[in-house]
Design a protein around this ligand. Structure first.
Ligand code: FAD
Ligand code: DLZ
Ligand code: SF4
Length: 520
């Protein structure tokens, strides 16, 4: 039937959110360039619901502006609302309603958002605009939300490892017929080498801001001066082409060693062999499945060992998909989890980096300058410290959500509240990621230059992680001592003499009392 016989459906308004910068988005696939209008909006509400790192805001605004240009070059009509546009009402809802009126759209078609909070907003749009709203699935994820629900249904334990195997089977990545490539699903045991400062370590590519990005940097420096973090130097990629260059650079220089040194930390090397791709994958500039396919290709071509390729692919089709599944399965109550009943306020040095503990100074300092820390710094330095010190998990969550360029609640919350703070009572991990200074000393070069003695448990100059660790076990014995994976540590604690136990309790208490809570 010729197209002119088809009744005109009326033009659609297609809102594209800051983390949906993909040409292949379901809402765009469903749209019609000739009639429909895309709206993208920089809105104060998104930039301030937590006080995001300046670099994160600049990254997203610059990437959004470049993506709008990419869409226009592709033939789309785009209404792009800048933060400082006079008519900008400051929220997704105000802007969608306004542009819907101005363009006389007859319906709204949007790809589902990553965050629960935004989904709740979208659910008001029919009432706010009087237009029908169609919400399409986000097919950039490998596992659809209903598929994860079906996987989780009726299971006693929702461990990532079993989910991951299903994702390997589903995608065919690193499979040898029905079996995992190399005869094992998981090569994590090979991925725990500490690094040495004299290794050759690649650096991420640094991209110079163009005129569009410079304008955004000026805007952010004026409007968000009181937000955490250093705005400049700003070197992130903000286009698909540059994100792709960073990816290729990682394939060439980082992937082969990614596995070996995945857990290592070095003072002079904030990035080690990590890919620095999460911010690009999460906002849509890179496609996660394609990234994995190309990593597999490196392995098949003999350019990367299996432990590296498997370790990398597991992070994406395993952890990344899994935390997203958990988030949507457990929200909205998940965010209120506080299994250990922790209430202590986050101390000021999480925002200033001003502490004499070298490991925390390094991880927070780097977070401040780069809006980046790698996984082990997040989990075993800032996260571990927050856990053993007993900080309020919701405050900890809000900190992680604000400070990293890759942070969106769907991925950050399960990692923080679940994996790192054990606030979900063990849904994500079978035991808390709590450790004394010994772990940090083994995996990093931090302790050598620290004013504290990592070998000392208590007394003057002892590493604070040590007393806090044992005190954490003691304080939470009612909730954790029955956990079989903690049995050995509790057995050790019980063997401490009474005076040694008292010294741990006394030093931990004195240390915690000296912390200054953050006051805005
Ligand atoms: P690489 O080490 O190179 O890993 C490759 C890719 O795997 C990453 O780009 C990322 O897409 C994926 N990945 C790795 N680990 C995870 C994971 N645990 N969950 C989901 N994806 C993963 N990741 C975020 O993307 N956003 C967050 O807000 C976030 N918050 C975190 C908070 C805490 C407390 C912890 C412990 C981890 C958090 N992570 C988060 C996971 C992880 O730390 C980052 O994905 C990783 O450090 C990003 O750096 P990279 O790109 O160099 O990763
Ligand atoms: C994180 C963020 C920020 C800081 N600003 C915007 C914005 O102004 N406009 C926008 O569309 N998206 C922004 N984002 C990303 C959104 O918060 C993200 O798309 C939603 O949380 C859904 O995951
Ligand atoms: Fe951190 Fe303790 Fe090592 Fe200092 S001695 S860097 S506080 S683990």
């Amino acid at each position: 039937m010729p197209p002119s016989w088809t009744p005109a459906a009326g033009s659609a308004l297609i809102p594209i959110l800051g983390d949906q910068l993909s040409l292949n988005l379901t809402s765009l696939r469903a749209g019609d360039k000739a009639h429909d209008v895309v709206i993208m909006a920089e809105v104060a509400e998104e930039a301030t619901y937590v006080r995001h790192h300046k670099k994160k805001i600049a990254f997203l605004f610059a990437a959004m502006r470049h993506f709008a240009a990419e869409l226009e070059a592709d033939g789309w009509t785009v209404r792009y609302v800048r933060l400082d546009d006079r008519k900008n009402g400051g929220s997704f809802t105000s802007e969608v309603a306004r542009i819907a009126r101005e363009t006389r759209a007859s319906r709204i078609v949007v790809t589902e958002p990553g965050e629960w909070r935004v989904r709740e907003l979208i659910d008001t749009w029919e009432t706010e605009t009087g237009l029908p709203v169609t919400v399409l699935p986000d097919e950039r994820f490998i596992c659809a939300r209903h598929e994860f629900g079906a996987w989780a249904h009726g299971r006693k334990s929702l461990r990532m490892e079993f989910f991951y195997r299903d994702m390997r089977r589903k995608t065919g990545l690193l499979m040898d017929g029905e079996e995992p490539e190399g005869g094992k699903w998981n090569f994590d045991a090979d991925n725990r080498k500490p690094a040495k400062a004299d290794l050759f370590i690649p650096r991420p590519l640094r991209f110079s801001p163009d005129a569009i990005t410079r304008e955004v940097l000026d805007l952010v420096s004026q409007r968000f001066a009181n937000h955490f973090g250093d705005l400049e130097p700003f070197w992130f990629a903000v286009t698909r082409t540059d994100a792709e260059k960073q990816f290729k650079h990682f394939l060439k220089t980082g992937l082969a060693q990614f596995g070996d040194y995945q857990d290592a930390m070095l003072l002079s090397e904030p990035f080690l062999y990590h890919s620095i791709l999460s911010l690009y994958i999460n906002c849509g500039l890179l496609d996660p499945f394609e990234v994995c396919q190309r990593v597999e290709k490196e392995y098949r071509a003999g350019r990367a060992p299996l432990n590296a390729a498997e370790g990398f692919i597991r992070q994406i089709i395993g952890w990344r998909e899994y935390v997203r599944g958990i988030y949507w399965l457990k929200m909205p109550n998940y965010v209120d989890g506080n299994f250990l009943g922790h209430t202590r306020l986050l101390p000021d040095f999480y925002w200033t980096g001003d502490t004499d503990m070298t490991c925390l100074r390094a991880a927070i300092g780097q977070t401040k300058s780069e809006a980046y820390a790698h996984h082990i710094q997040r989990l075993m330095v800032t996260g571990n410290f927050a856990l053993i010190a007993g900080f309020d998990p919701k405050q900890v969550h809000e900190w992680y959500l604000a400070v990293y360029a890759d942070a969106y609640e769907w991925v950050e919350l399960p990692n923080t509240l679940g994996m790192s703070q054990f606030a979900d009572g063990g849904l994500l991990g079978s035991k808390p990621y709590a450790a004394s200074g010994n772990y940090i000393n083994k995996m990093s070069d931090y302790c050598g230059s620290c004013r504290y003695d990592v070998k000392k448990r208590t007394g003057a100059g002892a590493c604070p992680f040590n007393a806090l660790y044992w005190d954490f076990l003691d304080r939470n014995a009612d909730k954790l001592a029955g956990n079989p994976r903690m049995a050995q540590m509790y057995a050790t604690w019980r063997k401490f003499s009474k005076p040694d136990q008292d010294a741990v309790r006394r030093d931990a208490r004195a240390f915690l009392d000296r912390l200054t809570p953050w006051a805005e």
